[in-house]
Design a protein around this ligand. Structure first.
Ligand SMILES: Nc1nc2c(ncn2[C@@H]2O[C@H](COP(=O)(O)OP(=O)(O)O)[C@@H](O)[C@H]2O)c(=O)[nH]1
Ligand SMILES: [Mg+2]
Length: 147
C-alpha cells in the first residue's frame, strides 16, 4: 500500500494529526516505534530529533510515496536539520500543527520549517479545531491514490 510517512519532533502533534486525518477521536498515546496506520506511517519524535535514527527514517522513506514534515507552531526552534527535505527520494510537504494554541506563531513556524523545506507546500493545521485538516488530507491523498 502507498503511504505517507509523518515525521517531526517529540510532542509536535504527529500522532494527533494522524488521528484527525483518519477521523479518529481518542487522544494519541506515546509513539514508541514506527506504526503503520492505514495510509499513514507514524514515527517516534526521537527519529527526527536524533541523527542516529536518520538512517532508519531514510530506509523507511523508500516504502513511502511522500513525506510529511510536522512542525509545532508553539515551538521557537526548528528540530530538523537545514535542507532535510532534499535528502528523501520522494516528494516532501510540510504541516504546521497547533495553530489554535494561544502560543502559536504561524509566521515564525513557516520561517523555521522553510529552513528544512525550502520548496513544497506547507499546510497550516490544528487537530483541535480541525482547521486545515481537510486541505492537508486532500494534498496527501493525491500522492496516495493518484500516482
Ligand atoms: N492545542 C493543541 N494541542 C495539540 C494539537 N495537536 C496535538 N496537541 C497536543 O500536543 C501533545 C503532543 O501530541 P502528540 O500527537 O502525541 O505528538 P507526537 O509526539 O508528535 O506524536 C499532546 O498533548 C496533544 O494533545 C492541536 O492541534 N492543538
Ligand atoms: Mg506520536
Amino acid at each position: 500500500m502507498k503511504r505517507v510517512m509523518v515525521i517531526g519532533a517529540v510532542g509536535a502533534g504527529k500522532s494527533t494529526l494522524i488521528k484527525a486525518l483518519l477521523n479518529e477521536l481518542q487522544p494519541a498515546t506515546k509513539t514508541q516505534s514506527l506504526v503503520f496506520r492505514d495510509w499513514l506511517i507514524d514515527t517516534p519524535g526521537e527519529y527526527s530529533e536524533n541523527p542516529l535514527y536518520y538512517r532508519s527514517l531514510m530506509a523507511t522513506s523508500f516504502e513511502a510515496v511522500a513525506i510529511l514534515l510536522v512542525h509545532d507552531a508553539t515551538r521557537n526552534r526548528n528540530y530538523f536539520p537545514p535542507g532535510f527535505a532534499s535528502g528523501f527520494p520522494v516528494p516532501v510537504i510540510g504541516a504546521v500543527t497547533k495553530i489554535d494554541h494561544p502560543k502559536a506563531d504561524e509566521k515564525r513556524a513557516v520561517m523555521l520549517l522553510r529552513e528544512s523545506l525550502p520548496e513544497g507546500e506547507i499546510v497550516m493545521t490544528s487537530a483541535a479545531s480541525s482547521q486545515g485538516i481537510e486541505e492537508l488530507k486532500r494534498s496527501l491523498q493525491k500522492f496516495v491514490f493518484v500516482e
